[in-house]
Design a protein around this ligand. Structure first.
Ligand code: NAD
Length: 290
């Protein structure tokens, strides 16, 4: 059995997978691969599947499956699975990093000092303590965020129409969340319902000066609407790890908008998480019968 590692995984993984078959990262061997391991970069689409005539299993190391055409895989009898729980802590810490750094003005403080400025009286800060965090989507990652936000003294509310209750967050309607939250953190998958859900209409219902953090999916926001709201200050800041594409196109309006704090989709890329994803991959291959 040939196992093709298409994207970046933990360096120890090839050795760990050798017990299951031959392991390669040589994409020219795609047509002979029984198993392919992808993260976000490689798209498992018609073009790839057409070349992969021996393919039986796709393992997406991570949560979102939007780079895997699951319908096509099912039609071709190819099993497609992810590693859903490994990344929760890593992504939650990334969301918290934005949530702490933005009101603390940490990024402007650092860059201005690098530029030789000492903005002691200009950089006014705010706190998270006693503020309301609104989670859109209250699954595994959001729950880790909720736990951490509680430790900061935040009140946590959430909108998730698929949940009846949540151990930490008070479940509310989307409108109530928009009206109450000082910080909104996005944690949904990309679906027909969540695509563009943060748009001008929803932003208009939010508090003036709200901070939005996105470690979910870039396409859940309407970029032009959000850029316009950042320009007026309606949205005070947007911290994002995720983009409409990796990397975003040069004309993405958020790249030029004020008060956008950016990361290049590294939420799940902690050293520890790559190790945990590797553990899940080993378990999946242990159960897999080619
Ligand atoms: P999860 O399945 O545990 O949680 C997702 C939650 O979203 C579920 O509770 C679901 O009910 C809810 N949801 C679905 N549709 C909704 C809607 N229309 N409105 C509100 N809530 C809705 O998944 P998770 O592990 O918490 O991951 C969440 C998302 O985070 C992933 O789907 C992926 O898009 C993103 N993610 C990003 C990174 C990164 O590197 N930044 C890494 C992993 C995951």
């Amino acid at each position: 059995m040939l196992i093709l590692i298409a994207d970046a995984f933990d360096a120890s993984l090839p050795k760990r997978l050798a017990q299951f078959g031959e392991v390669t990262d040589d994409m020219t061997r795609l047509k002979d691969a029984t198993v392919i391991l992808v993260r976000s970069k490689t798209k498992v689409n018609q073009a790839l599947v057409d070349q992969a005539s021996a393919l039986k299993l796709v393992i997406r190391g991570g949560v979102g499956m939007d780079n895997v055409d699951k319908k096509l895989c099912a039609e071709k009898g190819i099993k497609a699975v992810n590693t859903p729980r490994a990344s929760s802590v890593a992504v939650a810490e990334m969301a918290m990093a934005f949530m702490v750094a933005i009101p603390a003005r940490l990024i402007e403080a650092h860059t201005s000092m690098k530029e030789g400025k000492f903005l002691k009286s200009e950089l006014k800060r705010t706190e998270l303590f006693k503020k309301t965090l609104g989670l859109i989507g209250a699954g595994a990652i959001a729950s880790e965020v909720a736990r951490r936000a509680q430790a900061f003294g935040m009140e946590v509310i959430a909108y998730d129409p698929f949940l009846k209750e949540h151990p930490i967050a008070q479940l509310v309607s989307l409108e109530e969340l928009a009206a109450k939250a000082d910080v909104i953190s996005l944690h949904t998958p990309l679906t027909d319902e969540t695509r563009g859900m943060v748009n001008a209409a929803l932003i208009a219902k939010m508090k003036d000066g709200v901070i939005i953090v996105n470690t979910g999916r870039g396409k859940c926001v309407v970029e032009a609407d959000l850029a316009a709201a950042l320009a007026t200050g309606k949205v005070r800041a947007y911290g994002t790890d995720v983009w409409p594409s990796d990397p975003p196109p040069a004309d993405c309006p958020l790249l030029a908008a004020p008060n956008v704090f950016m990361a290049p989709h590294i939420g799940a890329s902690s050293k520890e998480n790559l190790g945990r994803i590797g553990d899940e991959v080993v378990l999946i291959l242990t159960d897999f019968k080619a």
